[in-house]
Structure formats: C-alpha cells, structure tokens
Design a protein around this ligand. Structure first.
Ligand SMILES: NC(=O)c1ccc[n+]([C@@H]2O[C@H](COP(=O)([O-])OP(=O)(O)OC[C@H]3O[C@@H](n4cnc5c(N)ncnc54)[C@H](OP(=O)(O)O)[C@@H]3O)[C@@H](O)[C@H]2O)c1
Length: 307
C-alpha cells in the first residue's frame, strides 16, 4: 500500500476560497494548479498580473473548469498589500486558506517601497501585514488556515532586534537576511497559532517548506561563481516544483493537520520526498523572540492584529 501523501490525498475543495501568494511561478504555480483541480476558488496573488494571467491560462488549457482569479499584490509595497486586502474583503465573505508562499532569496541588498530590507520586507513583513489585514475574514471562516512557507535555511537564521533590518547594510549578507526572514516565518506561525488558541478559534496557523525544488528562486544568485560551480551537483539534488508544492498543499488541506505543525519532504535531510511532519529548530520556538518580532512587525507595518 502506498502511504505517501500525494496530491491525490487532497480532499474535494469545492466551495473553498484559497489565496496563494506568488501563484505565477514555481511552488505557487503548482499549488494553484492542484487546488484548482480539486475545485477550490483560488486567488493567485501576483506582483506582475501579466505573469499571473499567463500562468492562469496555462492551467486553464489543461483544466478549463479551474476557478482562478489573478489579483495584484506586491509584498514590497504596503499600499499594494492594503489595496489587495480591500479588494478581497469587497469580493469575498470568507477565506479558507491564506497560503503565504511568495518569496525572494539571496537578493543583493535593497529596500522595499516602505524602506524595509527587501528579503525581510517581502518574505516576512509583507506576509505579516497581509495576514493582519485579512485576519477578520480568516477568523470568521470556521476551520480556516494560515500557512506560511519557510525553508530549511531557517536553521541558519539569527534574530537580532537591535538591527532586525540590516539598517544601512550593516551586517548584511544575502544568506543572513534570507535565513532571518525564514526563521521569522516560523516565529510568526507559532505566535499566530498561540493567539488563535488564546481566543479558542477554530482557525489554525501551520508552516511548511519545499526542501530543494526546481523553481525560479535562484535567479538572483545564479551568476555567483561558486553557485555556478555547485550547479551540476545541485541539479542532481533537487526535486520538481510539483513535489516541492506538496508540503504546503498538505498543510493547507489535510484534515488531520493540527495548528503549529510544520511539514516538509520526508527524504534525507528533508531535501526531497513526500511531505511529512518535520521539526523546525529550537530557535524557531523561542516564544520570547516570537512575541518581540510580532510587536516590531506591528510597529513597522502599522498593521495591528485584532487577536
Ligand atoms: N525552491 C526551493 O528550493 C525553496 C526552498 C526553500 C524555501 N522555498 C520557498 O518557497 C517559496 C516559493 O518560492 P519558489 O521556489 O517557488 O520561487 P519562485 O519560482 O521564484 O517563485 C516565487 C514567487 O514569489 C513571487 N514574489 C516575489 N517577490 C514578490 C513580491 N514582492 N510580491 C509578490 N510576489 C512576489 C514571485 O513573483 P515574480 O515571478 O513576479 O518574481 C513568484 O511568483 C518561497 O517562500 C521560498 O522561500 C523554496
């Protein structure tokens, strides 16, 4: 008997409303495709709606019944996040799953429109603000989920509240900023779950990571010499984006999932394989850091959570 969790395990999703950030590429694209196949109404939140529409057309070519709406969302711009949330609230009465998937990795130092270091700004602060702005709708939807996509890179992540955003490049390295943003995804997940529990909500917060998957995430560092050197080995280690999408799909749809869980590939080193329950590192469970990050994130984004 095959006990692996695959897309065939996704239950019927007719009537469900699911938001996927970064739905036009890589893991997000595969996720939108699978969710729509199971009947969900999927909102593909894309910073470039032309890319989003192209991706939607690709899915519709195989599955004309797919219910996908592309809506503009730039996580590097709080105004865009607010506009997106307003559009959702005006059009939808519920959100069954908010899947915070979009991300950038190892980009050169840069700032978001609001002046945040871009990896922390996109991967953590943007999704934090988005979740806060949609929280009422999420809380009012029974058994809804917020799913945050982290990474094994979280294990290298160090929180430093005296210089959280590598102000003026101080202490900046591409990997440090990425790893910090990915441990932040987990700290946010665990704090949000704690807060859902504190109000006896049926909503849950869950995390997942895709292992090492073949997507467009490496576009910012593929010209670095040692990356070029490692590329042939890397290609042998990666799994498809469709496989990489499974942990997030499981976290979003498996009825047995419990709040605060973390899913990732079950193979060696969690690099590849079918999705299983995995453990994030002890630092990601530092609830004092989780509380501090929450407070700083509210201050920076100006989004106060009603929870
Ligand atoms: N692939 C892996 O091996 C791996 C490993 C660990 C974790 N992850 C995580 O998996 C998630 C998905 O990444 P991926 O591998 O599928 O990479 P990808 O193919 O590059 O997709 C990333 C998506 O995020 C979107 N995005 C980036 N910046 C955005 C912004 N400011 N506003 C809105 N959307 C934005 C991208 O849009 P554009 O197409 O317009 O740029 C794209 O749709 C990320 O959170 C990443 O950290 C991936």
């Amino acid at each position: 008997m095959n006990t692996n969790w695959t897309s065939q395990n996704i239950p019927d999703l007719n009537g469900k409303v699911i938001i996927v950030t970064g739905g036009n590429s890589g893991i997000g694209f595969e996720t939108v495709k699978e969710l729509a196949t199971k009947g969900a109404k999927v909102i593909s939140a894309c910073r470039d709606t032309e890319k989003g529409k192209k991706a939607k057309a690709e899915i519709l070519a195989d599955n004309p019944e797919a219910k996908i709406e592309v809506i503009a969302l730039d996580l590097m711009d709080l105004n865009s996040i607010r506009n997106f949330a307003e559009t959702i609230k005006s059009k939808y009465k519920k959100i069954d799953v908010l899947l915070n998937n979009a991300g950038i990795m190892m980009t050169p130092y840069g700032l978001t429109k609001d002046g945040f270091e871009s990896q922390m700004g996109t991967n953590h602060l943007g999704h934090f603000a988005l979740t806060g702005l949609l929280l009422d709708l999420i809380k009012n939807t029974p058994n809804s989920r917020v799913v945050n996509i982290s990474s094994s890179a979280h294990k290298m992540g160090k929180m430093n509240f005296s210089n959280l955003l590598f102000e003026n490049r101080k202490g900046y390295s591409r990997i440090k900023a990425y790893a910090r943003s990915k441990i932040a995804n987990l700290l946010f997940t665990y704090e949000l779950q704690k807060r859902f529990e504190s109000i006896n909500s049926s909503s849950i917060a869950v995390a997942a990571h895709p292992g090492i998957s073949d997507t467009n995430l490496g576009r910012h560092f593929e010209n670095i010499w040692f990356v070029k050197l490692m590329m042939p080995m890397h290609r042998r280690m990666v799994q498809s984006a469709a496989m990489g999408a499974l942990p997030g799909l499981r976290a979003s749809t498996d009825p047995n999932v419990i709040g605060g869980e973390y899913y990732g590939p079950g193979g060696k080193g969690e690099r590849t394989g079918f999705p299983v329950l995995v453990e994030s590192n002890p630092e990601s469970h530092n609830m004092e850091n989780a509380r501090k990050l929450w407070e700083v994130s509210e201050d920076l984004t100006g989004v106060k959570f009603d929870i």
